[in-house]
Ligand binder design. Structure first.
Ligand code: FES
Ligand code: FES
Length: 176
C-alpha cells in the first residue's frame, strides 16, 4: 500500500507523486477525482472516494478481495490503474444493493454462513453477481469456476457455493 505522504526516490532526487484529474463513474454516479497518476483503482476507491467495501488483500492479483465490476465484469482493482478505468461503469459492493435493500446474494451469504469474518465477502458477492447475470441457473461446477479467483480462509467454500445457489434460486423466483 502506498503511503500518500511518501516521496518517490528517483535517481537520488526526491519527488512528490504527480496528481492528475480523472473522471470515474462509480455506482452510477460520475466523479472527478484528483489522485496520484500511479494510484490503483483499489487505492482510489478506498482512499479518495471513501468506499472501503472493496478490500485490500494481497495486492498481487492472488486473493480476489479487491474484486469490483467494470461494465459488469469482475476485475481485480489492485492490478488496474484508476486512470485506466475512466471509460467504464465501476460497481463496488456499496453499489450492488438496491437502496436500503440488500442484494439477494448478500442476504444468502448472511443467512447461510457464506460470510464469516467477511473480509472476502465483497469480492465473492461481486464475482457471483456477474456469474448470475450471465447464467441465472449455474451448476456447482460453474459456480466453482467463476469463484476460483476468490480466496476464503474461513468457510471451507461449501457455504459460499450454497449461498450462491440459494441466491440464484431466489432471483429466478423473483423474475418468474
Ligand atoms: S488485493 Fe487484489 S487480488 Fe488480492
Ligand atoms: S469469510 Fe473470512 S476470509 Fe472468507
Amino acid at each position: 500500500m502506498s503511503d500518500p505522504t511518501s516521496l518517490l526516490q528517483i535517481g537520488g532526487a526526491a519527488q512528490t507523486p504527480e496528481k492528475i484529474r480523472m473522471a470515474l463513474t462509480v455506482n452510477g454516479e460520475d466523479h472527478e477525482i484528483l489522485a496520484d497518476g500511479a494510484a490503483t483503482l483499489l487505492e482510489v476507491l478506498r482512499e479518495e472516494m471513501n468506499l472501503p467495501g472493496t478490500k485490500h488483500g494481497c495486492e498481487l492479483g492472488e486473493c480476489g478481495a479487491c474484486t469490483v465490476l467494470l461494465d459488469g465484469e469482475p476485475v481485480l482493482s489492485c492490478l488496474l490503474l484508476a486512470r485506466q478505468c475512466a471509460s467504464y461503469e465501476i460497481t463496488t459492493i456499496e453499489g450492488i444493493s438496491g437502496g436500503n435493500e440488500l442484494h439477494p446474494l448478500q442476504d444468502a451469504f448472511a443467512d447461510m454462513g457464506g460470510s464469516q469474518c467477511g473480509y472476502c465477502t465483497p469480492g465473492f458477492v461481486l464475482s457471483s453477481a456477474a456469474l448470475l447475470h450471465r447464467k441465472p441457473d449455474p451448476s456447482r461446477a460453474e459456480i466453482k469456476e467463476a469463484l476460483s479467483g476468490n480466496l476464503c480462509r474461513c468457510t471451507g467454500y461449501n457455504q459460499i457455493f450454497e449461498s450462491v445457489e440459494e441466491a440464484a434460486r431466489k432471483i429466478r423466483e423473483e423474475n418468474s
